[in-house]
Structure formats: structure tokens, C-alpha cells
Write a protein that binds this ligand. Structure first.
Ligand SMILES: Nc1nc2c(ncn2[C@@H]2O[C@H](COP(=O)(O)OP(=O)(O)OP(=O)(O)O)[C@@H](O)[C@H]2O)c(=O)[nH]1
Length: 298
């Protein structure tokens, strides 16, 4: 039978019931009253929702949205209403007995004498959001040590530098490099080398504050970013870290793994590359004067 002759088994209303999402109309009156006079469909979104209440008054239900999602949704609605632009946003919905679900909204506004009316759809996009989070983590994480990678660190450092410039607060970095790692690999094997990198990641993370970030830049090189820390404090901390590592066993016997560390403090408004180059140069000096030490440029 030709495709255009296949009979429709459902009318529009039945079709909406079978959709994996919700079709709705939403009003916001001039005095801020909100309501969903029409809301039909299938999928998770409608479980648990009192549609009669929403048809009457949606304010109370919307105010229960998780965390920052209520103000975010309200400002998206405001923007859409003001400029008559499509309303496109996402928010979390806590359904009792279920994990919090992510809902995507897409709706078209039109002015009415009462206020603004939107017609649109809502879909449960929780699986898609979980996948997005997984991919984002993958993009920002070093697979061997599970530390943040260079990309994540640079975003973090850029934000902290901007805060430091704005508030005049100190910000320092450490560039850390394992000494003679090639020899360690040659002597104990690459797998043991990998294990040292992993242990080092756990160790340094446990010795730093939770607001500090340590990232693996690649190979045997790491960088730590320390907000609200002067270069003097950073130097002291780096030396404590260095000394702890030099005395740590790593399963190879103490004294087998040492690190050289270069430290530098951010100068208000300077390009980040200058800061990184100073720490790098300090690290180079630390290697030059015999390794297992901390240096900073005068
Ligand atoms: N096991 C292991 N080794 C790595 C990894 N990434 C880089 N390396 C090794 O790290 C070694 C780094 O060697 P070099 O750059 O010569 O530095 P080094 O031997 O530490 O010497 P200095 O830094 O001058 O003290 C190389 O042999 C790399 O193969 C990794 O993920 N796992």
C-alpha cells in the first residue's frame, strides 16, 4: 500500500497522549499570575503533577524548582515576553520517588490582552544531560590520574586571575615536575611509572586545600593554582609538598621520587602566559640547581 494511503490510527488528541513529552499553553498575566490552561502528553514530565492546580495557578509549583532553576526560568520567561522571542531553556524537576529529571522547554510567545501566552512543548532530556555531563568530564579530565587537565586548569586560572585583578587579592601558581622520571620508568617499568603519577595525584590533592586546583599538564608535569595565596605562602607550601614527596614510599622505597617546583605570583592585569612563563623559568632554575627543590624568580 502506498505510504500516503496508510490510514491514521489516532486523532490529534490521542496522538498527544502517546508523545514522549508534553504539549502546553502557558499564560503570564500583566500582574504576574501564571497558569497552564492546557497541558497534555506522555512521558515522565506529567507524573506527579497536579494539572488542575497548574491550570489555576502555576506560581507555587514553579517556585519549588531546584536550586537556581527558578530564577533562571523566570528570567528566560521575562526575556521571551519582553522581546517576543522563543522561550528555550531547561530546568530540573524533583519528582517524588524518582531521581531529579531535566526538562527542556521550547515555546512560542504571543501577546494577548491578558498578558503573554506561550504554546510549546516540554521534554524529559535527563539521559541526554547525563551524557553531556559525562562528555564534559571526559574533556576536562586526565584519564590516567583523573586530575583536571590543562584545558580545565586554564579556564579556572582565567577566572581566578580576573577575580584577583578585580579584588586585588593574591593568586599564585606552582609548576611541579618529577625529577629523572625517564630513569624511574627505565628502572621500574612504565606501569610502575604510571602508578607513581597516580599516587602523586592523590597525594598532592590531599595536601592542598579544597579551593586549590592541581592539574596534570602532561607527562610528568603538574600545575597547582592557589587562590588567596602570596608567593611567599606558595613557596612554603611547595617546600612542604616537595619534602613530603621526597620521604614518601610510592612502593619503591623512600627517596626514589623527588620533584622540582617553580612558583610565581600573578601580577594584576598581566597576560596569563607571563605568569606561566615565570613559574616555568623558576622550575627550570630548580632543575638547574640540582632538583628536589623549590625556586621562584626574584
Ligand atoms: N610512565 C609514564 N611515563 C611517562 C608518561 N608521560 C611521560 N612519561 C615519561 O616521562 C619521561 C620524561 O622525561 P624527561 O622529559 O627527559 O624528564 P626527566 O627524565 O624527568 O628529567 P628531568 O625533568 O630533567 O628531571 C619520559 O621518559 C616520558 O616517556 C606517562 O603517562 N606514564
Amino acid at each position: 500500500m502506498p505510504v500516503n494511503e496508510i490510514p491514521l490510527s489516532l486523532n490529534a488528541e490521542q496522538l498527544i497522549q502517546k508523545m514522549p513529552g508534553v504539549v502546553f499553553q502557558f499564560y503570564r498575566t500583566h500582574d504576574g499570575h501564571m497558569a497552564f490552561p492546557f497541558m497534555e502528553g506522555g512521558g515522565m514530565v506529567l507524573t506527579d503533577i497536579d494539572r488542575d492546580q497548574l491550570a489555576d495557578d502555576a506560581n507555587a509549583a514553579l517556585e519549588q524548582l531546584t536550586g537556581a532553576d527558578f530564577p533562571k526560568l523566570m528570567s528566560a520567561i521575562e526575556r521571551s515576553a519582553r522581546w517576543m522571542l522563543p522561550l528555550t531553556t531547561r530546568f530540573r524537576l524533583a519528582l517524588s520517588g524518582h531521581k531529579t529529571r531535566w526538562i527542556a522547554v521550547s515555546a512560542t510567545p504571543e501577546p494577548t490582552y491578558l498578558g503573554v501566552r506561550w504554546s510549546g512543548i516540554m521534554m524529559d532530556i535527563s539521559d541526554q544531560v547525563t551524557e553531556e555531563h559525562r562528555l564534559r568530564k571526559l574533556c576536562n579530565t586526565d584519564p590516567l590520574t583523573e586530575l583536571p587537565n590543562r584545558r580545565k586548569l586554564m579556564v579556572h586560572l582565567t577566572n581566578l586571575a580576573s577575580l584577583s585583578s578585580r579584588h586585588g587579592t593574591p593568586l599564585s601558581i606552582m609548576m611541579l615536575d618529577i625529577d629523572h622520571f625517564k630513569q624511574l620508568n627505565d628502572r621500574w617499568g612504565h606501569l610502575q611509572g604510571d602508578d607513581v603519577l597516580k599516587q602523586l595525584a592523590t597525594l598532592t590533592q590531599s595536601l592542598l586545600r579544597s579551593e586549590d586546583m592541581i592539574a596534570r599538564l602532561g607527562g610528568e608535569e603538574f600545575m597547582a593554582v592557589l587562590p588567596l595565596t602570596s608567593v611567599k605562602q606558595c613557596h612554603q607550601l611547595a617546600d612542604r609538598l616537595r619534602s613530603f614527596i621526597a620521604q614518601y614510599d610510592f612502593g619503591l622505597g623512600t627517596g626514589q621520587v623527588t620533584m622540582s617546583i617553580g612558583v610565581a605570583e600573578y601580577r594584576c592585569g598581566e597576560p596569563l602566559m607571563n605568569l606561566i612563563e615565570r613559574a616555568d623559568q623558576a622550575l627550570y632554575n630548580a632543575k638547574d640547581v640540582g632538583r628536589d627543590c623549590v625556586c621562584h624568580l626574584p
